[in-house]
Design a protein around this ligand. Structure first.
Ligand code: SF4
Length: 57
């Protein structure tokens, strides 16, 4: 399952730059992860300063 960005996102953009799959883009009020591109590496979650990225269920 793809990782998911919750409402704690502060739009810093660090995750988008870190994702090796270019699966993260700027959405409406927060960044969003394209589940079709995410390879579940967890790099974005480690990068997020807000702890807003969690593994999907
Ligand atoms: Fe990109 Fe990896 Fe985060 Fe998926 S888990 S969105 S592939 S950085």
């Amino acid at each position: 399952m793809a990782y998911i960005i919750n409402d704690d996102c502060v739009m810093c953009g660090s995750c988008a730059g870190a994702c090796p799959s270019e699966a993260i883009s700027e959405g409406d009020g927060k960044y969003v992860i394209n589940p079709d591109l995410c390879v579940d590496c967890g790099t974005c979650a480690d990068t997020c300063p807000s702890g807003a990225i969690l593994p999907g269920e």
